[in-house]
Design a protein around this ligand. Structure first.
Ligand code: PEP
Ligand code: MN
Length: 337
C-alpha cells in the first residue's frame, strides 16, 4: 500500500507516520515529489491498524496497490524517475543514446568505434567485456582487459561506459570501470545478481528476459529497487516468438505500457530486437516516436569482421544515418539529442 501525505505535511509528521509503520515491522520507502510525499509500505499489512494511520492528520489517503510491483509502480512514484549519469539525464527531455560494439575485441577496434560513436552524438559507449554467449566455444569476452580498454575510451572521448555484468563474482571489478551496469536478458531473473547490483551505487540497465512478461520484468526491477538502488533503466530488446525472419520480436508496445505502469525510464535495443542491421534504423525511429527515453545500438567499424553480432551491427555510415533520422523524430517528440 502507499500512504499519501497531505501537501502541507511537515518532515516531522512524515517521520511520525514512518515510525508508526516501522514499529509494526513494515518497510517504508519515502518518495518526495514536487507537491507531496508518498510512503511506499512493504510487508505484512495485517500487523498494522490501517484505519488508525488513515485517520492521522498528516495523512491524506491510503491507496492499496494491487500489482505485485510496488517500488517500480507509478502509483508509488507519480513523477518519472530521472537518472543522472554525469551530465546526462536519462528519463528527462534529453534522449539517451548508447552505441558501440557487441564485444570489446581489441584496443584498436574499440577506440576506433568510440571515435565514431562520439562523432555521431551518442553520449554512452557500450561494449561487452564479459559476454553471455549461447555456445561455450564462442568468444567469451576480454574480461578485465576489455574493461580497461573501455575506461581508456572514456578518458579519450568523455563518453560514459555501459557494460554487462554476468555474475556476482565479477561485479566489484566491473563496478571499478563502468558508469552503468548492464544486466543482460539471460540474467534478468538471476535474483542473486539483481540483489547484488541493488546494493551498488551504479545505475542499472535491466534488459527484458528472452521470454519474460512485462510483470516479470518489473518484478526483476523491484529486486534492485528493494535493495536501495533506485537508478534502474529498463531496456526492451525483443522477445522470443514464432517469427524467424527477425532474431527476436521487438515489442515496442512496452514503451506505452511501461510509461503507464511505472516511473522508470525505458530505452529500446533495436539491434538485438531485430538481429539484422537493415531493420535497426526504422525501429530506432519508431522507438523514439513511441516515447522511449533512449536507444542502445550495436555499431562496428567493420560489421562483417565482428567477433559477435556482426549481422545486426551498424557500420559507421548506417550509424550516422540513424542519428540523423532519430534527431528528426526526437524534435517532433519534443526531445533533445
Ligand atoms: C548485448 O547487449 O550484447 C547482449 C548480450 O544483449 P541481450 O542480453 O539483450 O541479449
Ligand atoms: Mn550483442
Amino acid at each position: 500500500m502507499i500512504v499519501v501525505m497531505n501537501p502541507s505535511a511537515m518532515p516531522e509528521s512524515i517521520e511520525k507516520v514512518k515510525a508508526r509503520l516501522e514499529e509494526a515491522g513494515l518497510g517504508v520507502h519515502i518518495s518526495t515529489g514536487e507537491n507531496r510525499t508518498i510512503l511506499g509500505v512493504l510487508g505484512d499489512k495485517r500487523k498494522v491498524n490501517i484505519q488508525a494511520i488513515e485517520m492521522m492528520d498528516e495523512v491524506e489517503k491510503i491507496v492499496h496497490i494491487e500489482a505485485p510491483f510496488k517500488l517500480a509502480n507509478k502509483q508509488f512514484h507519480p513523477e518519472p524517475t530521472v537518472i543522472s549519469v554525469g551530465d546526462i539525464q536519462i528519463g528527462s527531455q534529453q534522449l539517451a543514446v548508447m552505441a558501440g560494439p557487441c564485444s570489446v575485441e581489441s584496443r584498436e577496434q574499440l577506440l576506433e568505434t568510440a571515435a565514431i560513436v562520439k562523432e555521431g552524438g551518442a553520449q554512452f559507449l557500450r561494449g561487452g567485456a564479459y559476454k553471455p554467449r549461447s555456445s561455450p566455444y564462442s568468444f567469451q569476452g576480454l574480461g578485465e582487459e576489455g574493461l580497461k580498454i573501455l575506461a581508456e575510451a572514456r578518458e579519450k572521448t568523455g563518453l560514459k561506459i555501459v557494460s554487462e555484468v554476468m555474475d556476482t563474482e565479477s561485479l566489484p571489478v566491473v563496478c571499478e570501470y563502468v558508469d552503468v551496469l548492464q544486466i543482460g536478458a539471460r540474467n534478468m531473473q538471476n535474483f542473486h545478481l539483481l540483489k547484488a547490483v541493488g546494493r551498488t551505487d551504479k545505475p542499472v540497465l535491466l534488459k527484458r528476459g528472452l521470454s519474460a512478461t512485462i510483470e516479470e520484468w518489473l518484478m526483476a526491477a523491484e529486486y534492485i529497487l528493494n535493495e536501495g538502488n533506485h537508478r534502474v533503466i529498463l531496456c526492451e530488446r525483443g522477445i522470443r516468438t514464432f517469427e524467424t525472419y527477425t532474431r527476436n520480436t521487438l515489442d515496442l508496445s512496452t514503451v506505452p505500457v511501461i510509461k503507464h505502469l511505472s516511473h522508470l525510464p525505458i530505452i529500446i535495443d533495436p539491434s538485438h530486437g531485430t538481429g539484422k542491421w537493415r531493420y535497426v534504423v526504422p525501429m530506432a525511429r519508431a522507438a523514439v516516436a513511441a516515447g522511449a527515453d533512449g536507444l542502445i545500438v550495436e555499431v562496428h567499424p567493420q560489421p562483417e569482421k565482428a567477433w559477435s553480432d556482426g549481422p545486426q551491427s551498424l557500420n559507421p555510415a548506417a550509424y550516422a544515418e540513424m542519428m540523423k533520422e532519430v534527431r528528426k523524430i526526437a524534435a517532433v517528440m519534443g526531445r533533445v539529442l
